[in-house]
Design a protein around this ligand. Structure first.
Ligand SMILES: [Mn+2]
Length: 347
């Protein structure tokens, strides 16, 4: 019989990844404890995670600068979880379907993009250049925000990177958010902050506003904003519609229709699309939002469509005392990666 007092898990393997599970509060918290990578080593098919610790364009409570670190910290749980099944295999309790997450799945963490806290123009250029460089390698940018402003330079960079690798590819933009983020020039914050991202994205060359899909919104919109949304031909799937029809049906139908027009999708997820009962750790206070489960359903739908880049923004761990929000974000990303791998295997 093994002497349990000395039956300790093994140390890290030669490539830096632990060969046996570690307690998830142990070790260095890269995303899902995957190896650190660098831009020059990226290849098509890889997923390149990076953070944008920037919240100087938040119009609500600050704190999303801590988002990348918080999500990484919570994501270590899923590395522990995956390595804790003896044969690295799980079964979905609801479907009976086998779920595998190969150790070899090529995910690397590039760390955080360089930001310049008091220089928005320089920060934006840095974000766009980094996102573009990743995209141009054929890798998949998985982006941890940051307040929602950062999605704008990310999309800009993504479009430029894609033009280099897939010239002529048509891009659809999907915005999962409790809010429209479509102010033109807010009287307090001006034209460039986290409440104008969709508007600024809609003006980017290389993206047709009619190829934009907004999901999960409720509440009031300014008349000017509403008219802009309608006259530009954007698609809106409201929170009410998601509740009535279910996320799976409502989102799948909207994405299927959008994908008849476009080749690839850029998905942006504001964690405040989920009600603050589940996700208090964010700048805005959202009482009427998705349930946690509906976010998981949404990422499963995304995994079945040609998503080529994804960001998850507005996670502010400083309002997250029970760590539910960082877990929600980490689990949504984990589930997206698992489901996407399964969908690729099925094709
Ligand atoms: Mn937003």
């Amino acid at each position: 019989m093994t002497d349990w007092r000395y039956a300790q898990p093994g140390a890290a393997g030669g490539d830096g990844a632990p060969t046996r599970p570690q307690a998830y509060h142990a070790g260095v918290a890269t995303f899902m404890r995957r190896p650190m990578g660098d831009l020059k080593a990226l290849r098509p098919g890889m997923t390149a995670v990076f953070g944008i610790p920037y919240d100087y364009t938040s119009g609500s409570r600050p704190g999303a600068r801590w988002g990348p670190r918080g999500i990484r910290q919570s994501s270590a749980y899923f590395d522990y979880f995956l390595r804790s099944s003896p044969d690295a295999s799980y079964v979905d309790i609801e479907t009976g379907r086998e779920v595998r997450f190969p150790e070899t799945l090529p995910i690397v963490d590039l760390g955080d993009v360089e930001i310049f806290p008091t220089d928005l123009a320089r920060t934006s250029a840095s974000i766009a250049a980094f996102t573009g460089a990743i995209t141009a390698t054929g890798a998949f940018p998985l982006i941890l925000g940051g307040d929602h402003y950062v999605s704008y330079p990310c999309v800009e960079g993504f479009l430029q990177g894609l033009a280099a690798t897939r010239p002529g590819a048509r891009v659809g933009y999907v915005h999962l958010d409790n809010h429209l983020d479509m102010f033109d020039a807010n009287p307090v914050w001006g034209p460039v902050y986290h409440g104008s991202t969709v508007r600024r994205v809609s003006e980017l060359p290389g993206l047709d506003p009619a190829d934009m899909l907004l999901v999960g919104q409720t509440g009031l919109a300014g008349r000017e904003t509403w008219d802009y949304l309608r006259t530009r031909g954007m698609t809106l799937v409201t929170l009410g519609e998601v509740r009535r029809r279910g996320m799976d049906a409502a989102l799948d139908e909207a994405l299927t229709r959008l994908c008849r027009r476009v080749d690839v999708l850029y998905v942006s997820i504001d964690i405040d699309v989920v009600a603050c009962a589940y996700a208090p750790g964010t700048g805005g206070v959202v009482l009427d939002g998705l349930e946690a489960r509906q976010l998981f359903e949404a990422v499963s739908v995304f995994a079945r469509h040609p998503v080529a880049a994804l960001d998850l923004v507005e996670v502010a761990p400083n309002y997250d005392p029970a760590e539910t929000t960082i877990r929600l974000a980490a689990q949504a990303l984990f589930q997206f990666l698992v489901e996407r791998d399964a969908a690729a295997g099925a094709r």
